[in-house]
Design a protein around this ligand. Structure first.
Ligand SMILES: [Zn+2]
Length: 332
């Protein structure tokens, strides 16, 4: 993902957001969240187990499209979901890369309770950025990033949620989607980011009424993570964002702050704009571009995005919240 502020497109979209939000501020009330009530009894989310899934992904090496590590990690996901008895649907597609090669990309989709029409979508990206372009050293900037926080963290949370939902099926349906090709683009080239989310969203068409809403996880592993209210999420899915942040407050999860943050280009944009699925991005937004308040948190899109900057406690907080959301909804 990247800052929207840096691009002309971003500026255009931001002005649209400002105009469109007007006085409503994305806080419109509707009935989407009417099925939610905080659950009293939920499965226990294990942050340490989730951290191991983060480490296992990183151990393959950077999951850059067309690389052996990318292929091996895809096989690992297939084995993982097969072993749970939740076989993954592989949405394969090809696009031209920067060197005129064909990029072989795959979205991994897992349907929990496939027969239940009332569903939510949980997503994260599994690919790693091919260039550490925030490195100051030009040689280092040509190398791919480890992607522990930027990629593996969100996927790890979804993997453990799949285990919990298999053992204790929720009342609603859940689609888990691991997007490929999120971080492929060169700085400033909007067209080459979010490749998997764009493909998934276009292939759904507009017949998405069965999906109540979506939640995107990105950069959810840093040990000092803070999750503010991101602007585009608020604009497109303000009621969903309010529900999630209210539940975080009820659970005492202080990382979810009331602070507002400017628009970030991420996989929730095509989900909202193309698929029409109201989707909220849970993202440690200050990391994008390097957190100006912390020297330690300057590793975004560098070779320093390793498991050492992440912590099981953060993964736990995100997973704990999603458990509450998932088990707080009931099918009608
Ligand atoms: Zn990234």
């Amino acid at each position: 993902m990247k800052h929207f502020k840096r691009t002309l497109l971003a500026l255009a979209l931001l002005s649209f957001v400002v105009q469109a939000c007007g006085d409503s501020g994305g806080e419109k009330k509707d009935t989407t969240m009417s099925g939610f009530s905080p659950p009293s009894d939920t499965p226990v989310f294990d942050g340490s187990r989730t951290f191991a899934y983060l480490e296992q992904q990183v151990a393959f090496g950077p999951r850059v499209p067309n690389s052996p590590a990318h292929e091996r990690c895809l096989e690992y996901f297939v084995r993982f979901f097969d072993s749970l008895g939740l076989p993954a649907e592989l949405q394969r597609f090809e696009l031209p890369g920067y060197k005129d090669e064909r990029l072989a990309l795959t979205n991994v989709i897992v349907h929990i309770n496939p027969s239940i029409s009332r569903r939510i979508l949980l997503a994260a990206h599994w690919d790693s950025r091919p260039w550490a372009d925030m490195e100051k050293d030009p040689d280092r900037a040509l190398r791919p990033i480890p992607g522990a926080n930027d990629g593996a963290s969100g996927v790890a949370v979804l993997m453990h949620l799949a285990e919990l939902m298999k053992a204790t099926p929720p009342s609603i349906g859940v689609d888990l989607v691991l997007f490929d090709g999120e971080d492929y683009g060169r700085e400033g080239d909007e067209s080459m980011f979010l490749l998997g989310a764009k493909y998934y969203s276009a292939s759904r068409g507009t017949a998405t009424s069965e999906i109540l809403f979506g939640v995107l996880l990105d950069l959810v592993g840093d040990r000092d993570a803070e999750f503010p209210r991101e602007e585009l999420s608020q604009h497109y899915a303000g009621d969903v964002q309010t529900m999630i942040w209210d539940e975080a407050a009820r659970l005492g999860l202080d990382r979810f702050s009331a602070r507002q943050h400017s628009a970030i280009l991420d996989d929730h944009v095509p989900l909202n704009k193309v698929a029409g699925i109201k989707t909220v991005d849970i993202i440690d937004a200050a990391l994008v571009g390097g957190d100006p308040s912390s020297a330690r948190r300057q590793y975004w899109h560098t070779l320093g995005d390793t498991p050492e900057v992440c912590a099981p406690e953060t993964l736990h907080d995100v997973g704990r919240l999603l458990v509450s959301i998932i088990y707080g909804f009931h099918s009608i």
